[in-house]
Design a protein around this ligand. Sequence first.
Ligand code: 5AD
Ligand code: SF4
Length: 442
Amino acid sequence: MPKPKKLYIKTYGCQMNVYDSERMAEAMGGAGYEQTDTPDDADMILLNTCHIREKAAEKIYSELGRFQGLKLENPDLKIGVAGCVAQAEGPEIMRRQPLVDLVVGPQSYHRLPQMEARVREGEKVLDTDFPIENKFDTLRHRPKAKRGPTAFLTVQEGCDKFCAFCVVPYTRGGEASRPVTRIVEEARDLVERGVREITLLGQNVNAYHGTGPDGADWSLARLIRALDAIDGLKRIRFTTSHPNDMSEDLIEAHGSCTKLMPYLHLPVQSGSDHILKRMNRSHTAESYLRLIGRIRAVRPDILLSGDFIVGFPEESDADFEATLDLIREVNYGTAYSFKYSTRPGTPAAERPQVDEAVKTERLHRLQALITTQQRAAQEAMVGRNVNVLFEKPGRLPGQMVGKSEYLHAVHVADCDAAIGDIAQVEILRSDTNSLAGRIVRG
Ligand code: 5AD
Ligand code: SF4
């Protein structure tokens, strides 16, 4: 057997990229590569990139610059850029950074082994097509490598919503859903390999409408119910959702499907109707709050998370205050917040921009409010019993770390639970970013 070549993959951005990086590693495994944790001894480096904000894209160019020395030491080293920056600015990457041998967009990963062969011949390869064939059909798993207890599973890609700030509809294309049978097969395979919790991924996952085994269009809720029937699978989550696609059956699933965890990431972006309209979000603050009310009616303990953009073009002080009011009203368990970042080619890029200092000040205020709510949500867990899926040993000897159903990190000292076990844990204390607890003996 020839010695395996080494592949280093660095992943930026969302969980979809984490999933894609695993698939790339598997595809390249078939071409004789094994993964390494460091770029230093790699024969091939792949950066799986994110284009969502300007900073994310710029990071890639500085990272690439750092590989100059490695390429001098090892002239056979090949460097590839994958993901959304590759899709959005492929030719520009090739021009700006001659070190790059390969640029591959998210819809072409199944062709990586062929591209690698061409790159080895000294060719420069750029593949950012949106092919008709489904990349998932050809991205098959390698035989039964053992997995950790949690996994991502992409069920849907792309977005048709065209929020005025967002590059996703351009980089990932329109909405496309995988067929139900494929997803169920992949989920069963993951469970056989040790997975207990699956997070269904999609840029707009609740818009899922894949073809079912009966030939009908299945909703995300129906897919979740099919996955719920898999023995050995204990937990289901999904992310990221759009408020307008929270259909009645999906809300209902949060009440009736015991494997569906009480955590929902439901971005609203702003609490001002004027800004929501300018963002092309096609919902109002009021309709979002009503939706939250309906979800809480079926699952009162659900922990909510969101995304917020501050300093969107034309955002006034009053608009920003409306966002803070909405956050106070919802009371989030956690949230992600960003300063608006101009993305060339998106409608909002052409509009009058908010001053950078104003954006910074608003971001700090919003984050302070979210931090308060996050702490309160954690504190509210103290004294309660939660179920923890243990994922790995902690930093201290004998300690184990896992996640509660609410996605809080929980650590337990002197813990005899094994990785993959789910145990009832009494929460004793809330630390900055995690909870401490002890196993409840039945
Ligand atoms: N600027 C700032 N934040 C953005 N997001 C998407 N596009 C931008 C942008 N141009 C944020 C949104 C989205 C999350 C994934 O990233 O809040 O929900
Ligand atoms: Fe981007 Fe999400 Fe809006 Fe789609 S729904 S355009 S992915 S922010």
